[in-house]
Design a protein around this ligand. Structure first.
Ligand code: ADP
Ligand code: MG
Length: 258
């Protein structure tokens, strides 16, 4: 079990942000987390990373039950988190290569001398994720899509058991988004692939590798289960409170207003 949430609620400043969440993610699965803006997706991810503690219920991530002397830092060493907040903290003058290297130390910026092994690993990841041609360019000169792929390569340096991607395709044009999604499919197929949780508000970003889906609405689980049976016109019409039609081609979903 990678994630086990039982009846979890999160209350902040008197507001219930997450309510009675039950959710399991098992090793070997990859999960899409779908919800509209403000549904509580990022709050839920922050809970998995032990930035937030549950106001109620029980949270176990990678075998660590929260509350029983959970060491957030220790847990976070085993989780790769890719989000716009973290991307924004990178030093813009660092090269893509330096940024990937820093992932081995979990630091913003590079303060330690990387071993040859770490250097080779960074180069291999830059190659695998299609970033090699711009490895020596400074981060600020990269396109949004290139930056996202560098951030994913960085997160993989520490060999996380869980990889959390918080709306990584936001702001990307069609081509960059498809390239990024292809990269994520590729990561899911890696031999030592971490369990991936992919957060989005777009149904068409749910990739074939995400065999599980959780629909989050107003801080509550609207539905969860096998993607194949969960994503349907009926369920999504109910979820969006608007009649929609879902179709699927080559394993990818598309959504239109009915
Ligand atoms: N630390 C916090 N304190 C108070 N309210 C918060 C906090 N974090 C999130 N919220 C609120 O919880 C709701 C869900 O936020 P968020 O998890 O960021 O949604 P999403 O990522 O699905 O767009 C929002 O209404 C937001 O304002
Ligand atoms: Mg969010």
């Amino acid at each position: 079990m990678v994630v086990n949430l039982q009846d979890v609620s999160l209350i902040k400043e008197g507001n219930t942000i997450l309510k009675n969440i039950n959710w399991n993610v098992i090793k070997g699965e990859h999960c899409a987390l779908l919800g509209l803006n403000g549904a509580g997706k990022t709050a839920l991810l922050h809970m998995l990373c032990a930035f937030y503690f549950p106001s109620k219920g029980s949270v176990t991530v990678l075998g660590r039950q929260f509350g029983k002397a959970v060491l957030g830092e220790e847990l976070r060493r085993e989780i790769g988190l890719v989000s716009s907040q973290i991307k924004g903290r990178m030093y813009q003058d660092d090269s893509a290569y330096q940024i990937v290297l820093s992932g081995a130390f979990g630091s913003i910026g590079l303060y330690e001398t990387p071993t040859d092994e770490i250097r080779n690993k960074a180069k291999a990841l830059l190659k695998d994720l299609g970033c090699f041609s711009y490895a020596n360019r400074s981060f600020r000169t990269l396109s949004q899509g290139e930056q996202q792929r560098v951030m994913i390569a960085r997160s993989l340096m520490a060999e996380p058991k869980l990889l959390i991607l918080d709306e990584p395709a936001n702001g990307l044009d069609f081509l960059a988004r498809e390239q990024l999604l292809e990269t994520i499919e590729q990561v899911a197929k890696m031999e030592q692939s971490p369990t991936i949780i992919y957060v989005t508000h777009h149904v068409d970003e749910i990739l074939p590798c995400f065999n599980q889906t959780l629909l989050l609405k107003s801080g509550q689980v609207f539905a969860s289960g096998q993607t194949d049976s969960l994503i349907s016109s009926i369920t999504l019409s109910d979820f969006f409170q608007m009649p929609v039609e879902v179709s699927r081609k080559n394993g990818r979903f598309s959504l239109i207003k009915a």
